[in-house]
Design a protein around this ligand. Structure first.
Ligand code: AMP
Length: 443
């Protein structure tokens, strides 16, 4: 590249630290990065933003994937990527996204604590319906565009706080999402272990190699049950889950303890699952004879003749080919019955949930997805008694100077000059360099 042009470009490049105040305002840590609450230094812009700092340096496969997908996807129930910053000095990648004050992990935790104190126990019924409707609508949009989310869980379902989009669901964390219309290799070969265990569909636990959108539907069923009961339906103590083997005995045991052991007629192809041999060796049908979803939900006073239960049982069908689709779910009688779903899931009522707290560097690991039933080792396996994160409340950042703010949906010069150039990569790892190529982004 022409040297003068390069210098000129560097001078024009927008830097995240010049535009936003975010220091000390970390609000979350996911599998792929740290999330900060940010405020524009432009005094005219009072909006709240989230800045996601992608883990590591350079453009990893998952960062490319998340950016590529988020740039193209536009739906009211999907988190909206507004801008990408590539910081050349430290080779960091920042995503500017809309800020959502709440998420289902915190909302459910609030209700679980209330239950322990015998107060305002469950998530209100109307709110559960509105949440489910919007989650399904966002996933319907992804699925019609041939995209699987693959990591649906309460922590990734954000809800907007006070403001123009009050009470709107935003599905986040597309780090695992990918196109699935014509995979060159079985998707399981590319990422052997996906989806947090508690929300993982039985076909994945049995080693399915070509998985489908039915895995997202199973996870939505788990989230629905958790909203109805304030407990993770397939909660399982997990000691050593950093495994590349999808077969997980204890997680399957938990599923069968709730659902019963699948009958041959319920899931004919179970015999063809790669881990069927282990299943037959490790499990006895007789041990689960008295287990059923009806019995499990009855403990929470959800009766089998309610529309909520009927839809739940269609979302949690063991056989992925029989599981309901997002499109069919949206037409379900549950959504036609009063109370009808509302676009503000809080239905105009005051929001009882606390605002996000800022994390100190000490607790960043504790507050990671690991303590949310995440991908890494869960120390206690119980979100009620998970490792306690140290948190501090701090004043939100204040704007200090004015400078040009990017427009919504606009991508910075940096993005075009580096991401669209498939050969320019930061990483020294040659395999990663190859994978980073956007020519391969959808594999
Ligand atoms: P992620 O890496 O997307 O899984 O994010 C990790 C955590 O950061 C989430 O579980 C949320 O608690 C928080 N978070 C992610 N995105 C946002 C956002 N747009 N607004 C507010 N908090 C967020």
């Amino acid at each position: 590249m022409d040297y003068d042009f390069k210098v000129k470009l560097a001078g024009e490049r927008l830097k995240v630290e010049d535009l936003f105040e975010y220091e000390g305002c970390k609000v979350g840590r996911g599998t792929y990065g740290h999330v900060y609450k940010a405020k524009s230094k432009n005094e005219g812009d009072q909006k709240e933003y989230a800045l996601k700092l992608i883990e590591g340096t350079g453009l990893s496969m998952s960062a490319c994937r998340e950016i590529a997908l988020l740039r193209e996807l536009k739906h009211p129930n999907l988190i909206n990527l507004q801008k990408v910053f590539l910081s050349h000095s430290d080779r960091k990648v920042w995503l500017l996204i809309e800020y959502a004050e709440h998420d289902l992990w915190h909302i459910i935790k609030f209700h679980r604590a209330a239950k322990a104190n015998k107060k305002n126990v469950y998530v209100p019924k109307g709110m559960v319906k509105s949440l489910l409707h919007q989650i399904l609508d966002g996933i319907r949009y992804l699925h019609t565009n041939w995209i699987l989310h693959r990591d649906l869980k309460p922590a990734n379902i954000l809800v907007m706080g006070e403001g123009p989009e009050r009470g709107r669901v935003k599905i986040a964390d597309m780090g695992f999402a990918r196109l699935f219309n014509s995979p060159l290799k079985p998707l399981a070969d590319l990422d052997p272990v996906v989806v947090t265990f508690w929300y993982r569909a039985p076909e994945l636990l049995l080693g399915a190699r070509h998985y489908t959108k039915a895995i997202d539907i199973w996870a939505i069923g788990c989230i629905f049950a958790e909203l109805l009961t304030s407990e993770p339906i397939f909660h399982c103590r997990q000691e050593d889950i950093k495994t590349s083997n999808p077969y997980h005995h204890d997680q399957l045991d938990r599923i069968f303890n709730v659902m019963g052991f699948p009958q041959e007629k319920d899931w004919e192809d179970i015999r063809k699952m790669p881990e069927h041999g282990n299943l037959m060796k490790d499990f006895k049908r007789a041990n689960y004879q008295s287990c059923s979803l009806v019995k499990y939900m009855d403990r929470y006073k959800i009766k089998p003749d309610t529309k909520a239960f009927i839809l739940l049982s269609k979302l949690l069908l063991m056989d992925p080919t029989k599981r309901i689709t997002s499109e069919q779910s949206l037409q379900d009688p549950y959504f036609q019955e009063d109370p009808l779903p509302t676009s503000d899931v809080f239905a105009g009522h005051p929001i009882p949930y606390p605002k996000r707290e800022f994390l100190t560097d000490d607790d960043q690991e504790d507050k990671s997805d690991a303590s949310k039933g995440g991908q890494q080792t869960v120390q206690t396996g119980d979100p009620n008694h998970g490792p306690q994160a140290k948190r501090v409340r701090m004043a939100p950042p204040h704007p200090v100077s004015s400078s040009g703010m990017p427009q919504q949906g606009q991508v910075s010069n940096d993005y075009h000059s580096h991401i669209s150039n498939t050969n320019v990569m930061y990483s020294n790892n040659s395999q990663q360099q190859q994978q980073n190529s956007f020519g391969m982004r959808y594999q």
